[in-house]
Design a protein. Structure first.
Length: 448
């Protein structure tokens, strides 16, 4: 087996095949002449980069077979860099190819030197992305099992948690609902010296105010009607481990006083009890509410806040994690297809485009639910945008100016992501000049 990078050339012109073989002798060349051969070669060799002529048999004078091949490649191997070449309506073909997920486009007749540079850059970017995924997996390690991300924003959060975990301080996680705060809290516990103790979680917003005190502090037998036995509270159950207080912002003020006393003295009294009980429990809490505003309007005690928020970690929303939506979607398709619809093998190009363009107000929880439902409802092998039901007639802007602005924003964001933030590359993908792109970025306030 060769150690050289594998390049799959999909081209039905025998003369051009020979020319490309000769030009790219630094790669291990695999050649296919039609869609069936291309897919077989893709499965067998798993090339990092593919050059694809859109004019393939049985439609050598058109582009239909080429676009079908592109869709199949990206469905099977989404990370493959596909460089599309065509002389058929070059500009329209280029826009459609990039929109369907091609990495780059080149117009025939082919200039070997220029195409060689594009191919080399594609291999370089593929290697960087693979290294990034490997580093992301390494950064997560066993302590972040179940957390899937390649976004720098989330990797920074993970690094912070791993740095904070050994220190026995209270941690507050701030972020919108569905961003994975409990998963991160469990990861913090697993990375701490308390990993051998219990991880106890309680959602303060899900328990009625009249019962929350008993859930947290426990009660003695006979303390109230129905208290037929002595029961430990969540704080006591987490002795030697970690207590995760989710939605801490929903704790009523009277109970905030008791929590503060526990944090100061590290002892509790069960309801109906008369003796203090020493408890060694680390507190990690979370809320989606604006806790600073609550402190300012006195709906949350500032002294309790300072005890709970010795370290504050802000969790980015899914919309603030470039590329993670598609990464998570592929994971959930694989996960749910195994048990719910084994015929489903991946995401169609229009589904990937819809995922990239959606704002995900419900974050990862919304994404998982939509993909799960889409896998169940899918009729074919690929989950489509229609299966995901990400946009309906009522969601689309009716005003033409609004529709144009929405489309422009989406196209610019996708192009920026595909070009790794490079302005020249983004402008080229969009088919506009750099000054025009700068004007659009300023107009739509898309500068980071």
């Amino acid at each position: 087996m060769s150690d050289r990078p594998k390049l799959l050339i999909i081209e039905d012109d025998i003369g051009l095949q020979r020319q490309l073989r000769w030009a790219y002798d630094g790669y291990e060349i695999v050649v296919a002449t039609d869609r069936a051969e291309a897919i077989d070669a893709l499965r067998l060799h798993e090339p990092a980069v593919v050059t694809l002529d859109l004019g393939l048999p049985p439609d050598p004078d058109g582009t239909s077979e080429g676009f079908a091949t592109l869709a199949d490649i990206l469905a099977l191997k989404p990370d493959t860099k596909v460089i599309v070449a065509s002389g058929h309506g070059a500009r329209d073909s280029a826009l459609r190819a990039i929109g369907d997920g091609a990495w780059d486009f080149y117009q025939k007749p082919i200039d070997i030197d220029t195409l060689g540079l594009i191919v080399a850059r594609a291999f370089h970017v593929h290697d960087l992305e693979a290294e990034n995924r490997q580093l992301a997996a390494s950064a997560r390690g066993a302590t972040m099992a179940g957390l899937i991300t390649a976004a720098p924003e989330m990797l920074k959060v993970i690094r912070t948690i791993e740095r904070v975990a050994p220190a026995d301080v209270s941690v507050m996680l701030l972020g919108a609902s569905g961003t994975g705060k409990e998963l991160l809290a469990r990861g913090l516990h697993d990375a701490s010296p308390r990993r051998g103790g219990a991880f106890v979680a309680i959602n303060c917003a899900a328990i009625p105010e009249t019962l929350l005190e008993s859930e947290l502090f426990g009660h003695e037998k006979g303390a109230f009607t129905g208290a037929v036995k002595t029961t430990e509270g969540k704080i006591e159950q987490a002795h030697g481990g970690t207590l995760f207080l989710d939605e801490i912002g929903d704790v009523p003020l009277p109970l905030q006083v008791k929590l503060l006393r526990f944090l100061q003295e590290r002892t509790i009294e069960r309801i109906g009890g008369r003796r203090p009980i020493a408890v060694d429990t680390r507190i990690v809490c979370a809320t989606h509410r604006d806790i600073d505003a609550m402190v300012a309007d006195a709906s949350f005690r500032d002294d309790l806040y300072y005890r709970l928020a010795e370290i504050v970690i802000r969790i980015p929303s899914l919309a603030e994690r470039p590329g993670d939506a598609a990464l998570l979607a592929r994971h959930y398709v694989t996960k749910y297809a195994k048990t719910m619809n084994p015929a489903v093998t991946g995401l169609a190009p229009d589904a990937r485009g819809a995922i990239d363009g959606w704002g995900w107000p419900g974050n990862v929880r919304e994404l998982e639910n939509r993909v799960k439902r889409a896998v169940i409802m899918a009729d074919g092998k690929l989950v489509t945008a229609a299966d995901l039901d990400l946009a309906g007639p009522d969601d689309a802007p009716i005003n033409l100016r609004s529709a144009r602005e929405t489309a422009d924003r989406m196209a610019i964001r996708r192009a920026l992501a595909r070009a790794d933030g490079n302005i020249s590359g983004t402008a080229r993908l969009l088919g506009i000049s750099r000054p025009t792109l700068y004007d659009l970025l300023k107009s739509y306030d898309l500068h980071d």
